[in-house]
Design a protein around this ligand. Structure first.
Ligand code: MG
Ligand code: MG
Length: 271
């Protein structure tokens, strides 16, 4: 499949869909609390997205997925199906949302803490977020897809965390999933050259333990094989001659409490 390069107006359209997700995450933040069920969060996300003209949750029905958001708790990496499971103090929960509006898609994920979280949870959230920031910075013309993965590898090295390599980012545009695949493992200068007009979903997924994953009997929920914690942050990013342009930023991403450096006091004591 070919890579579709986007014009400036097309990138703007993807950015409008992306802004809905960022605003949704800010609305979700006070709702991600102990006792909330993931189906409640899903219902809020569905209603919120559809309150914007022409916008629909892009994951609903995608390959048969039943929810409007993927909501994955603790050892669940991605593709968690909204359920009556209640969030507990100390959980971390990744909410992954796609929005399609006017024929254009955006895709973003944010891992939220539920109440007070432990040092290990804070550590994996911080490193995953740092990895996303570094990976986004590598998305520029003249680089290659491998530079993005290399940025994730470079951030994670020495943190004691592992990179889930069996799940990857992707191009985004008229469809949620387009070429190229964007691995979270890479070597600088390797892989497809990055060109102006590419729009990529960059989404590091890290684990406290093994990088191996398994799928639950619901045939959707991906968990870490050893059931250790995982975290997931994702932005939709346009490759431009001015550098990477994050199309799903703003809102919660700009809040000082959520900046990667703000969590620096929570470093884990273990290697
Ligand atoms: Mg996503
Ligand atoms: Mg994605």
């Amino acid at each position: 499949m070919a890579v579709h390069l986007k014009s400036k107006p097309e990138i703007e359209a993807i950015g409008r869909a992306g802004a809905i997700i960022a605003a949704l995450f800010a609305e979700l933040k006070p709702r991600v609390v102990p006792g909330a069920t993931t189906v409640q969060l899903n219902r809020f996300a569905d209603t919120y997205v559809r309150s914007h003209r022409g916008a629909i949750p892009a994951f609903k029905g995608l390959y048969g997925f039943p929810g409007s958001a993927c909501i994955s708790i603790n050892e669940e990496v991605v593709h968690g199906i909204p359920s009556r499971r209640r969030l507990k103090e100390g959980d971390i929960v990744s909410i992954d949302v796609g929005v399609k509006q006017g024929g254009w898609c955006a895709d973003s994920a944010f891992t939220f803490p539920v109440g007070e979280i432990g040092a290990e949870a804070a550590h994996i959230m911080k490193v995953t977020r740092d990895a996303l920031r570094a990976a986004v910075a590598a998305a520029r013309p003249g680089h290659h897809v491998g530079d993005i993965g290399a940025a994730v590898v470079g951030t994670v090295r020495g943190t004691g965390l592992s990179i889930i390599r069996d799940l990857v980012g992707h191009g985004v545009g008229r469809a949620i999933h387009e070429e190229p695949q964007v691995s979270n493992i890479g070597r600088p200068g390797f892989g497809m050259p990055l060109r102006e007009g590419m729009v990529l979903a960059i989404e590091p997924m890290l684990a406290m333990g093994t990088e191996r994953i398994a799928t639950l009997e619901d045939r959707w929920t991906v968990i870490t094989a050893d059931r250790a914690l995982s975290a997931h942050f994702e932005h939709t990013v346009a490759v431009t001659t001015d550098g990477p342009r994050v199309l799903t930023g703003g809102g919660i991403w700009d809040e000082p409490k959520w900046r990667p450096d703000a969590a620096a006091g929570h470093r884990c004591a273990s290697p």
